[in-house]
Write a protein that binds this ligand. Structure first.
Ligand SMILES: Cc1cc2nc3c(=O)[nH]c(=O)nc-3n(C[C@H](O)[C@H](O)[C@H](O)COP(=O)(O)OP(=O)(O)OC[C@H]3O[C@@H](n4cnc5c(N)ncnc54)[C@H](O)[C@@H]3O)c2cc1C
Length: 365
């Protein structure tokens, strides 16, 4: 988190990991990123900025890339909302975007942050057309009851988005931090020259930036024979987003395969039910491992009943080498377990670090 000082004015920008404001009084560990947040002391950067422009001179917009959205908040009209599955919808906005491959946008939801203030989150468009672009957004509903240990409040920005109707304006911006290393054969100089294999690790909506890359590899104008394995994690089969698109690619493109992981990080751990008698000791004789609903819809050699973990990465990912890359995208806990906090170098004490991948090989979206 950095605070930018101009004369006597203090502009506070957001933590790049949790996107929350450094609001006085807020604990160093923000609720949404409690495990990851660096203390203000560790990360505060003080920079002298020119004074803010007077109201007479309109500021010149700055652009971080070819994207038509500037680095300042810009309202864009919501054209329509198309339900996609039980908890995900496609939000179509009226703007020609021209976003570079793998880049994302920031969305602002006023007065929606847990604990107060505006909530800001990144989203990667899944499609762009002349005059419009699509965001595929998952709704995070409340889980459990207030005061209970497993309570989870409704998602701040996703709830805001799901409350909107066509015609509403949503604030977007696109800053340099949103410009991920683009995988695209036409982009030279990003370290992808000579790369022969890519392992994509995506959990839930973390599929969004992978779709952009896959479009570029599998549907691009230049033939790209890079081999890709997508390790995709979801809580249930019904949560798998864009499955029909992935299935179509699998059946037509010989350089692409997807391995579905269905479950949670707790799958496979023997635990006790509330109804277990006191005498029950691990391994629990009352524990019954459930076959996930619609499990049979996934091909036998393309499915795992587990959270994506070190063992499954070792089994399915391309081995560490100079000509392989691993792309990772998901919620904060995914980065923490598999490669270390988003926005920081690869952690040696993470699944990918322990398996011998190096910093250059791992791309955190
Ligand atoms: C590069 C990138 C691209 C992305 N692209 C997409 C995309 O295309 N589509 C998409 O849907 N998402 C995408 N995401 C994820 C997105 O940015 C948000 O993280 C997601 O929408 C959830 O945000 P939210 O504000 O709705 O939920 P949040 O408010 O951030 O909450 C997220 C989860 O944490 C829980 N939580 C929050 N606070 C607490 C607390 N105090 N105690 C316990 N639990 C808590 C909530 O209950 C919820 O389950 C992307 C993320 C990245 C990094």
């Amino acid at each position: 988190m950095s605070s930018l000082v101009s004369g006597s004015n203090v502009y506070v920008v957001r933590c790049p990991i949790c996107y929350q404001l450094n609001t006085p009084g807020l604990p160093k560990k923000h609720p949404a990123c409690a495990m990851y947040h660096k203390s203000t002391e560790e990360t505060t950067v003080t920079t002298t900025l020119p004074p803010p422009p007077s109201s007479a001179t309109a500021p010149t917009p700055e652009f971080a890339s070819s994207c038509s959205l500037s680095t300042s908040w810009t309202p864009v009209s919501l054209k329509r909302v198309t339900p996609y599955n039980h908890d995900t919808s496609i939000f179509t906005f009226s703007l020609s975007l021209n976003l570079p491959t793998c880049a994302c946008l920031l969305v602002r939801a006023p007065d929606c942050e847990h604990g107060g203030g505006e909530a800001v989150r990144p989203y990667t468009p899944i499609a762009e057309r002349e005059g419009e672009f699509d965001l595929l957004i998952k709704s995070y509903k409340q889980w459990g009851e207030v005061g209970q240990r497993n309570f989870r409040p409704p998602g701040a920005v996703s709830s805001y988005m799901f409350g909107l109707r066509a015609g509403a304006k949503v604030d977007f911006k696109h800053i340099k931090f949103n410009l991920k290393i683009p995988y695209n054969l036409s982009h030279k100089g990003y370290g992808f020259e000579g790369v022969k294999t890519i392992t994509m690790i995506a959990v839930g909506v973390g599929i969004a930036p992978m779709i952009q890359t896959l479009n570029s590899i599998l549907e691009g104008e230049t033939e790209d024979i890079t081999q890709v394995v997508l390790m995709l994690g979801n809580r249930s089969v019904k949560d798998i987003i864009l499955k029909e698109k992935l299935d179509a690619w699998e059946s037509t493109k010989s350089n692409f395969k997807v391995i579905h992981h269905v479950g949670t990080r707790y799958a496979g751990i023997v635990s006790h039910k509330n109804t277990c008698p006191k005498s029950c000791r691990a391994p629990c004789k009352f524990w019954v491992s459930q076959v996930p609903e619609r499990w049979s819809e996934l091909a036998e050699d393309r499915r795992e009943r587990t959270w994506i973990n070190q063992t499954s990465i070792e089994k399915y990912a391309f081995k560490p080498s100079g000509d392989t890359r691993v792309f990772v995208c998901g919620l904060p806990s995914v980065y923490e377990a598999l490669c270390g906090v988003r926005g920081t170098p690869l952690s040696a004490d993470s699944a990918l670090g322990r398996l011998g991948y190096d910093e250059k090989a791992v791309v955190k979206f």
